[in-house]
Design a protein around this ligand. Structure first.
Ligand SMILES: C[S@@+](CC[C@H](N)C(=O)[O-])C[C@H]1O[C@@H](n2cnc3c(N)ncnc32)[C@H](O)[C@@H]1O
Length: 456
């Protein structure tokens, strides 16, 4: 979803505030849901189309609001169409935030009033809202996502950003609450085209993704079903397509740890050194010798590699381009993962669904072409990282379990304190990351990889 320009950036389950209001009739009405027909009426009045089978609701057992099918939707159905005239912004960060600020200020006189009225961005909590000196930051333990959780905010508010900075089109001012509100909406809801009403009600799930997007020549956005969406099932989007956004980065922006598949990334001094010495070092991870060269099955297609001895060129042809130069693990389930995945593998993410059996086959092939020396490196790094952390997986699990118990006690006794929401988010994140590191070690130990000695 919102990964664009300079910030290259896209709340949390546990931290969403409840907003149930009571009506005169004594029936509880949740405006986050009940105002949807008003939004739909506004949307259609301005030229948008939306299938009647699209509804808004909470994903089962959670407080995550999103789009849900109220009846079966067959594949290739245009679920919604958002004309360019309904899309706000799409120019660049600073002008887009500025446009949005202006529309918020207009209140009910804004063309987007109904859209803005339905927005729930303030009900979510992002890591960049954490206290910089607080417990949550300390409790992360592991590398902060994307290097620094305040990175987007610091840019926005900084010298080259949109508020204070001269360089980035800023107004030379202090950031106001309204600036922040607009920034947060753009960060978590906009796509390259801008803020796209209705489309932006879809949540992220790379495992259960069931839509794709088409943009027409005028800049209008179509959402089309990728496969059958059964009644009662959420209608999902992706915020991290084709391995471009790691699970760490998604957490850094939105504050949720995505469901499987997850793509965890990290680095260490040794890897940083290797990357500096040779920018193509990651290409050496895979076996690219003649035996596999027959995969370039069109010798006469005119695109034969101009640099045949450059392993990167060879690797591309063989679908063996690394997704990134970092240590990386693509986690499919608690027991299945691909170490150092190629772009071919991560290309599935956000673009379609693959069964566990399908992933198993792809991963077996992938691991058979992965040099065991590189597997040793990622194993060592995962082990060193885990060993260096102050708490273990089991201790973190116990902390969370105790918290859940305290929370149920708390309902009865207000004096008992549960872990504050931000800290809990941090602990859940570090636990998921540690599990990915441990799985990396397990997979590296038990699976078969390409052994260099066989090459001699
Ligand atoms: C573009 S909006 C999606 C619709 C939004 N849930 C709503 O009700 O308006 C993005 C926000 O949805 C929430 N979200 C989306 N996918 C999620 C997921 N898989 N888990 C938890 N929260 C998610 C996050 O709060 C995120 O900032």
């Amino acid at each position: 979803l919102p990964h664009r320009g300079a910030v290259n950036a896209a709340a949390s389950v546990g931290s969403r505030t409840s907003s149930v209001e009571s009506t005169n009739g004594g029936v509880d009405v949740d405006p986050l849901i009940s105002k949807f027909p008003i939004l739909v009426e506004w949307f259609r009045r301005h030229g948008g189309t939306i299938d009647d089978r699209v509804e808004i609701g909470y994903e089962s057992g959670t407080n995550i609001r999103g789009t849900i099918a109220n009846a079966d939707i067959p594949p290739d159905t245009v679920i919604m169409y958002v004309p360019r005239s309904l899309i706000m912004g799409g120019v660049d960060w600073c002008p887009d935030v500025e446009t949005l600020r202006g529309e918020i200020e207009l209140g009910s006189r804004s063309k987007w009033h109904e859209y803005l009225d339905f927005d729930d961005s303030s009900g979510s909590r992002l890591p960049l809202e954490w206290d910089r000196n607080g417990d949550a930051v300390r409790e992360l333990q592991v590398h902060p996502p994307d290097g620094n959780i305040y990175h987007h905010l610091d840019w926005f508010a900084g010298e080259w950003g949109c508020v204070a900075g001269g360089g980035g089109g800023g107004r030379g001012k202090e950031m106001t609450d309204l600036d922040f509100r607009a920034f947060k909406i753009v960060l978590t809801r906009a796509m390259d085209e801008g803020l796209v009403p209705m489309y932006d009600l879809m949540n992220h799930h790379n495992g259960k993704i069931n839509t794709y997007i088409k943009v027409d020549d005028e800049g209008g956005v179509y959402v089309v079903s990728l496969l059958d969406i059964p009644a009662g099932f959420p209608i999902y989007n992706t915020y991290g397509r084709s391995g471009l956004q790691s699970t760490n980065a998604l957490f850094g922006i939105y504050g949720f740890v995505e469901d499987y598949p997850q793509l965890w990334q990290w680095s260490d001094d040794e890897l940083d050194r290797l990357s500096e010495e040779d920018e193509h070092h990651a290409y050496d991870r895979y076996v690219t010798f003649d035996k596999y060269y027959y995969y370039d099955n069109d010798e006469n297609d005119g695109d034969d590699d101009e640099r045949p001895y450059h392993s990167g060129g060879w690797a591309n042809k063989l679908d063996l381009e690394p997704n990134s130069p970092l240590y990386e693990v693509l986690v499919i389930s608690p027991t299945l993962a691909a170490l150092l995945p190629t772009k071919h593998l991560t290309g599935v993410l956000g673009n379609g669904q693959l069964s566990v059996e399908g992933w198993r086959k792809e991963i077996d092939y992938h691991h058979a072409t992965l040099h065991s020396s590189h597997v040793d490196s990622i194993y060592d790094s995962a082990m060193r990282t885990l060993d260096s952390l102050p708490t273990t997986i089991e201790e973190d699990e116990e902390i969370i379990q105790k918290h859940e118990m305290v929370r149920s006690e708390e309902l009865k006794d207000e004096r008992v304190n549960a872990i504050p929401a931000d800290t809990l988010m941090a602990i859940k994140y570090r636990l998921a990351f540690k599990k990915a590191l441990r799985l990396t070690m397990d997979v590296a130990t038990r699976e078969a990889f390409y052994n260099e000695t066989d090459e001699l």
